[in-house]
Design a protein around this ligand. Structure first.
Ligand SMILES: CC(C)(COP(=O)(O)OP(=O)(O)OC[C@H]1O[C@@H](n2cnc3c(N)ncnc32)[C@H](O)[C@@H]1OP(=O)(O)O)[C@@H](O)C(=O)NCCC(=O)NCCS
Length: 110
Protein backbone atom coordinates (compact mmCIF):
# COMPACT_ATOMS: atom_id res chain seq x y z
CA UNK A 1 0.00 0.00 0.00
CA UNK A 2 1.49 3.38 -1.03
CA UNK A 3 1.79 6.38 1.35
CA UNK A 4 -1.24 8.09 -0.24
CA UNK A 5 -3.48 5.08 0.41
CA UNK A 6 -2.12 4.72 3.95
CA UNK A 7 -3.08 8.34 4.63
CA UNK A 8 -6.61 7.74 3.29
CA UNK A 9 -6.94 4.61 5.46
CA UNK A 10 -5.72 6.48 8.55
CA UNK A 11 -8.14 9.33 7.81
CA UNK A 12 -11.04 6.88 7.58
CA UNK A 13 -10.08 5.23 10.89
CA UNK A 14 -9.81 8.67 12.55
CA UNK A 15 -13.25 9.79 11.32
CA UNK A 16 -14.79 6.43 12.28
CA UNK A 17 -13.67 6.87 15.90
CA UNK A 18 -14.63 10.58 15.88
CA UNK A 19 -18.13 9.67 14.66
CA UNK A 20 -18.38 6.94 17.30
CA UNK A 21 -17.36 9.41 20.03
CA UNK A 22 -19.95 11.95 18.86
CA UNK A 23 -22.69 9.29 18.81
CA UNK A 24 -21.90 8.11 22.33
CA UNK A 25 -21.14 11.49 23.95
CA UNK A 26 -22.04 15.13 23.69
CA UNK A 27 -18.78 17.09 23.66
CA UNK A 28 -18.81 20.58 25.15
CA UNK A 29 -16.00 22.61 23.65
CA UNK A 30 -16.02 26.04 25.27
CA UNK A 31 -18.30 27.99 27.57
CA UNK A 32 -17.66 31.69 28.11
CA UNK A 33 -19.76 34.46 29.62
CA UNK A 34 -19.04 38.20 29.63
CA UNK A 35 -16.82 39.05 32.65
CA UNK A 36 -19.19 41.95 33.49
CA UNK A 37 -22.10 39.51 33.85
CA UNK A 38 -20.52 36.52 35.58
CA UNK A 39 -21.95 34.89 38.73
CA UNK A 40 -25.50 35.79 37.64
CA UNK A 41 -26.50 32.31 36.54
CA UNK A 42 -25.85 32.75 32.79
CA UNK A 43 -23.23 29.99 32.54
CA UNK A 44 -25.53 27.54 34.35
CA UNK A 45 -28.45 28.58 32.10
CA UNK A 46 -26.43 28.00 28.89
CA UNK A 47 -25.07 24.66 30.06
CA UNK A 48 -28.52 23.70 31.33
CA UNK A 49 -29.70 23.43 27.71
CA UNK A 50 -26.90 20.93 27.03
CA UNK A 51 -27.58 18.84 30.18
CA UNK A 52 -31.32 18.76 29.36
CA UNK A 53 -30.57 17.53 25.84
CA UNK A 54 -28.11 14.93 27.14
CA UNK A 55 -30.61 13.66 29.73
CA UNK A 56 -33.40 13.49 27.14
CA UNK A 57 -31.14 11.49 24.78
CA UNK A 58 -29.59 9.47 27.63
CA UNK A 59 -26.08 10.52 26.61
CA UNK A 60 -22.96 11.37 28.58
CA UNK A 61 -21.29 14.77 28.24
CA UNK A 62 -17.52 15.07 27.95
CA UNK A 63 -15.54 18.27 28.45
CA UNK A 64 -12.19 19.65 29.54
CA UNK A 65 -12.56 22.31 32.25
CA UNK A 66 -10.43 25.29 33.15
CA UNK A 67 -10.07 26.27 36.82
CA UNK A 68 -12.71 28.96 36.15
CA UNK A 69 -15.23 26.48 34.79
CA UNK A 70 -14.59 23.58 37.18
CA UNK A 71 -16.88 24.75 40.07
CA UNK A 72 -19.80 25.34 37.68
CA UNK A 73 -19.42 21.93 36.04
CA UNK A 74 -19.22 20.18 39.41
CA UNK A 75 -22.41 21.94 40.47
CA UNK A 76 -24.14 20.64 37.34
CA UNK A 77 -23.19 17.02 38.00
CA UNK A 78 -19.89 16.60 36.15
CA UNK A 79 -17.22 14.46 37.83
CA UNK A 80 -13.43 14.49 37.36
CA UNK A 81 -11.97 11.61 35.43
CA UNK A 82 -8.47 12.99 34.81
CA UNK A 83 -6.28 16.04 35.25
CA UNK A 84 -4.14 17.40 32.42
CA UNK A 85 -1.10 19.37 33.58
CA UNK A 86 0.36 21.80 31.06
CA UNK A 87 3.84 23.12 31.82
CA UNK A 88 3.97 26.52 30.12
CA UNK A 89 7.69 27.03 30.87
CA UNK A 90 8.45 25.55 27.44
CA UNK A 91 6.64 28.54 25.93
CA UNK A 92 8.27 31.17 28.16
CA UNK A 93 5.57 31.45 30.87
CA UNK A 94 6.57 30.54 34.42
CA UNK A 95 3.23 28.88 35.22
CA UNK A 96 1.63 25.47 35.18
CA UNK A 97 -1.89 25.27 33.81
CA UNK A 98 -4.45 22.61 34.70
CA UNK A 99 -7.39 21.22 32.75
CA UNK A 100 -9.81 18.78 34.34
CA UNK A 101 -11.22 16.06 32.11
CA UNK A 102 -14.84 15.74 33.23
CA UNK A 103 -17.79 13.54 32.43
CA UNK A 104 -21.47 13.82 33.30
CA UNK A 105 -23.65 10.73 33.29
CA UNK A 106 -27.22 11.16 31.99
CA UNK A 107 -29.69 11.75 34.80
CA UNK A 108 -33.29 10.65 34.82
CA UNK A 109 -35.78 12.89 36.59
CA UNK A 110 -38.14 11.08 38.96
C1 LIG B 1 -16.92 29.52 33.67
C2 LIG B 1 -17.91 30.61 33.32
C3 LIG B 1 -18.51 30.34 31.94
C4 LIG B 1 -19.04 30.61 34.39
O1 LIG B 1 -20.06 31.49 33.96
P1 LIG B 1 -21.04 32.26 34.99
O2 LIG B 1 -22.06 32.94 34.14
O3 LIG B 1 -20.24 33.10 35.91
O4 LIG B 1 -21.63 31.04 35.82
P2 LIG B 1 -22.92 31.06 36.78
O5 LIG B 1 -23.20 32.44 37.28
O6 LIG B 1 -24.02 30.38 36.06
O7 LIG B 1 -22.42 30.15 37.98
C5 LIG B 1 -23.18 29.06 38.43
C6 LIG B 1 -22.48 28.42 39.60
O8 LIG B 1 -21.20 27.93 39.23
C7 LIG B 1 -20.29 28.13 40.32
N1 LIG B 1 -19.28 29.12 39.93
C8 LIG B 1 -19.25 29.85 38.79
N2 LIG B 1 -18.13 30.64 38.78
C9 LIG B 1 -17.47 30.39 39.93
C10 LIG B 1 -16.27 30.89 40.50
N3 LIG B 1 -15.52 31.80 39.88
N4 LIG B 1 -15.88 30.43 41.72
C11 LIG B 1 -16.62 29.52 42.37
N5 LIG B 1 -17.79 29.00 41.89
C12 LIG B 1 -18.19 29.44 40.68
C13 LIG B 1 -21.10 28.65 41.48
O9 LIG B 1 -21.59 27.54 42.20
C14 LIG B 1 -22.22 29.36 40.75
O10 LIG B 1 -23.40 29.49 41.51
P3 LIG B 1 -23.55 30.69 42.58
O11 LIG B 1 -23.14 31.95 41.86
O12 LIG B 1 -25.01 30.63 42.92
O13 LIG B 1 -22.65 30.33 43.71
C15 LIG B 1 -17.22 32.02 33.35
O14 LIG B 1 -16.56 32.17 34.59
C16 LIG B 1 -16.21 32.23 32.22
O15 LIG B 1 -16.58 32.58 31.09
N6 LIG B 1 -14.92 32.03 32.53
C17 LIG B 1 -13.85 32.26 31.58
C18 LIG B 1 -13.85 31.25 30.46
C19 LIG B 1 -13.65 29.85 30.97
O16 LIG B 1 -12.66 29.51 31.61
N7 LIG B 1 -14.65 29.01 30.65
C20 LIG B 1 -14.63 27.60 30.99
C21 LIG B 1 -14.03 26.87 29.85
S1 LIG B 1 -14.07 25.12 30.14
Amino acid sequence: MGPGLQLVALGRIFFFFLALLLILFLVCHLLVTDPDFQRRGLGAMLLGHVTELADAENRRIYLEATAAGHPLYEKLGFRDIDLITIDLKKWGEDVTDYNWVMMREPQTKL
